[in-house]
Design a protein around this ligand. Structure first.
Ligand SMILES: [Zn+2]
Ligand SMILES: [Zn+2]
Length: 397
C-alpha cells in the first residue's frame, strides 16, 4: 500500500496537467461516439503490448480514465464543472462515484479507481485475455445433463430412479494423464519449456503480440514421448454409468436435481463437474396439478346432490371419506386440506380440490322414469315421458 501511494503521487504532477479532452484529441463538445472512437485509436497505439514506450502502461491507464470519465454523463458534467485538477482530487477521494464503487476499488489499491485493471480492458479489446490466467489453472470438469420421467404418484411419494448416462471418465490406464506412467518426458519443442508462446494477431486495432498458453504442452513445458493407447492421450474415456437418483417428494416437472461430482472429470486433479437431472412428471388421468394443489372431478348422482351423502374419494394418499352437503350444485368444489402434493423439502401438503359433477342418468328403468315424472309433476312441470323429457332434464341440470 505504501508503495502504491508513492507511485501514485509520483505520477500525480504529470497526470494532473493533462486535460482529458486534449489527451484523447477531441473537442470539448465531442459526442460520446467521437470520444469512444478517439479512445480506440489511441488505445490501439498505446497498448502496452504493442507500444515500445516504457511508460506505455501509465499512458494507457490515463487514456482509460479519460474515456471512463468522458463517456459517463454524470462524471463528464462534474469534470466540466470542476476542471481537471479538482476533478482528479475529488475522484481520488471517491467523490465522483455515486454508487460508492470507486471507494471500494481504491481500498483494493487500484490507483485508477472506478475501472478494472488491465485485464478488463484487454478482454474488451482483444478478447480471450482473461483466459490466460485460467488456462494454467486446472479447471473443474464439465457439468453433464440428463433427464428422468416419473409418474405423479412417484412425485407424491418420492422415488429412487436409475439413470444411465454415457459420460467421460478418467482413463484408468494412464490415470488421466494421457500417457503411460512410465513414459519419458521431453521438453516441449513448441515453447522450449516455457509453457507459453507469443503470438502475433492481426486485429482491428493493428498487430498485437500476445502471450498464450502453449497449445502443444498445455502450458506444462514438457510433453511425454508416448501416448496412452487406451484413451489416445485424452486422459478420459467414455463409459456408461448407471446412477441412483433420489427424487424428493413434491418435485415439479422441469425442476433439476444436481448430483455433485458425477459430471465429467476435471483437468489434472481438479474436481469433477456435476450431473444435472431434469425431472419430468407425467400427466395423470385423474388429477390436475397446480403447484402443490391438486384438482379432480368427482361424479355424484342427482339424489346425492339433493339429499347430501358421504362418499369415498381416492386421493394420491389413499381413500378418504367426504361429506357432500345437501343441495349441492354441479360444479361446486370441496377443498380437502393437506390432500394435495407434499411441499418439496418441507412439511405439509397442498390441498385437493374436488370438483363435483352431477351425472345425468342415461339408462333409466321404467320405475325410475315414472318416479322422475312424478317428481317433475310435483314441481308443476308437465312432461311427456320420452327422449324429449330426458333431454330437457339433462339441459336443466
Ligand atoms: Zn509447450
Ligand atoms: Zn489413458
Amino acid at each position: 500500500m505504501q508503495q502504491d501511494q508513492v507511485r501514485d503521487s509520483a505520477t500525480d504532477s504529470e497526470e494532473m496537467s493533462e486535460d482529458f479532452y486534449s489527451l484523447l484529441g477531441v473537442s470539448r463538445d465531442a459526442s460520446e461516439d467521437e470520444i469512444k472512437r478517439a479512445y480506440r485509436q489511441k488505445a490501439a497505439k498505446n497498448h502496452p503490448d504493442v507500444s515500445d514506450d516504457e511508460n506505455a502502461e501509465e499512458k494507457f491507464k490515463k487514456l482509460q480514465k479519460a474515456k471512463e470519465v468522458l463517456t459517463d454523463e454524470e462524471k463528464r458534467r462534474m469534470y466540466d464543472q470542476l476542471g481537471h485538477d479538482q476533478f482528479m482530487q475529488a475522484d481520488k477521494q471517491g467523490a465522483t462515484d455515486s454508487g460508492g464503487r470507486g471507494g471500494r476499488q481504491r481500498a483494493g489499491g487500484d490507483p485508477f479507481g472506478g475501472m478494472g485493471g488491465m485485464g478488463d480492458i484487454f478482454d474488451q479489446f482483444f478478447g480471450g485475455g482473461r483466459g490466460r490466467s485460467r488456462q494454467n489453472r486446472p479447471s473443474k470438469g464439465k457439468d453433464l445433463r440428463t433427464s428422468v420421467t416419473i409418474s405423479l404418484e412417484e412425485a407424491y411419494e418420492g422415488v429412487t430412479k436409475q439413470v444411465t448416462i454415457n459420460r467421460p471418465e478418467t482413463c484408468d490406464a494412464c490415470d488421466g494423464r494421457g500417457h503411460p506412467p512410465d513414459a519419458e518426458l521431453r521438453t516441449c519443442p513448441e515453447c522450449n519449456g516455457r509453457g507459453q508462446v507469443r503470438q502475433v494477431q492481426q486485429t482491428a486495432l493493428g498487430r498485437v503480440q500476445q502471450a498464450r498458453t502453449c497449445p502443444r504442452c498445455d502450458g506444462q513445458g514438457e510433453i511425454p514421448d508416448e501416448v496412452c493407447s487406451e484413451c489416445g492421450g485424452d486422459g478420459t474415456v467414455r463409459n456408461r454409468a448407471t446412477l441412483s437418483v433420489d427424487v424428493p417428494a413434491g418435485i415439479k416437472s422441469g425442476q433439476t436435481l444436481r448430483m455433485n461430482g458425477e459430471g465429467a472429470p476435471g483437468d489434472r486433479g481438479a474436481p469433477n463437474g456435476d450431473l444435472l437431472i431434469e425431472v419430468g412428471v407425467e400427466d395423470h388421468p385423474d388429477f390436475e396439478r397446480d403447484g402443490d394443489d391438486l384438482h379432480m372431478e368427482q361424479p355424484i348422482s342427482f339424489p346425492q346432490a339433493v339429499f347430501g351423502d358421504t362418499i369415498q374419494i381416492e386421493t394420491l394418499g389413499g381413500r378418504v371419506e367426504v361429506d357432500v352437503p345437501k343441495g349441492t350444485q354441479s360444479g361446486e368444489t370441496l377443498r380437502l386440506r393437506d390432500e394435495g402434493m407434499p411441499h418439496l423439502r418441507g412439511r405439509g401438503h397442498g390441498d385437493l380440490y374436488v370438483h363435483l359433477q352431477i351425472v345425468t342418468p342415461e339408462d333409466l328403468t321404467e320405475e325410475q322414469k315414472t318416479a322422475l315424472k312424478q317428481f317433475a309433476e310435483a314441481g308443476g312441470e308437465s312432461v311427456e315421458v320420452g327422449d324429449g323429457f330426458l333431454d330437457r332434464l339433462r339441459n336443466s341440470l
